[in-house]
Design a protein around this ligand. Sequence first.
Ligand SMILES: N[C@@H](CCC(=O)N[C@@H](CSC=O)C(=O)NCC(=O)O)C(=O)O
Length: 281
Amino acid sequence: MPMEAISSNQMFGGRNQQYSHYSETLTCNMRFAIFLPPQAEKSNKVPVLYWLSGLTCTDENFMHKAGAQRMAAKLGIAIVAPDTSPRGNSVPDDEAGAYDFGLGAGFYLNASQQPWKTHYQMYDYVVSELPALIEKNFPVSDKKAISGHSMGGHGALTIALKNTDKYTSVSAFSPIANPCNCPWGQKAFSLYLGDDKSSWEQYDASLLLQKTQYTLPILVDLGDADDFLENQLKPQSLVDAAKVSNTNLALRMQSGYDHSYFFIASFIEEHLMFHEQYLNT
Ligand SMILES: N[C@@H](CCC(=O)N[C@@H](CSC=O)C(=O)NCC(=O)O)C(=O)O
């Protein structure tokens, strides 16, 4: 699995880098960003926080806007941010070029319907191929946590709930918490997964959460000035699901914050400190 370096910048004593590589899972070239804290050396492997971004994002939005690197450098945590969909001329996109489906909107699932199925396998890419690539090529341990925003919050929650053995903790900002019941999720799931709604359930955090009692530490932040709150994000579904399964869910409604990276930047250090408790034990 050869990788090509795209950029490398020193930051808080560590390095912020971008690489491209050919993904066997997505059958296209992909780009990811990685921040390595100063503690990362061959003899000292650091744990990793995987960050999944939202609709319209690439590997760059989080690294440029969230301001996570200062605390990650202090705590000795690497951050890996993949792209949000397969990319390239051979990858099909929404016919009308809509922002909420196709390129930049892979929804962190394995598509079962053509023409999407050939490339849109973001679930397997994030769960298996990318960590294997990272652990082979960088001074990181196999200790992993996962977080994300909006579509990426949905990805982080569903991936963690389906792989509790792989992640020490999960957090999310403004996640699409019940995609089976909101316009973004219904559009993506019907096209990627088809009309059989039973196949959608495995990618819905609220439906997963209500079925099983989880011991995985879960932190979710939302802003009460988020325009997408009621129509797309549906945090109450997550709260209700956690009650049904008696799972401990820390969900915080932050006053005055919206859906933007200004909100993420305001609380990302708390999320890093939350994950550090479990990554370093
Ligand atoms: N263009 C859209 C909204 C797009 C948007 O808000 N994207 C968010 C994620 S939304 C859920 O996944 C985002 O992170 N954008 C990138 C950024 O750097 O801010 C619209 O007009 O509604």
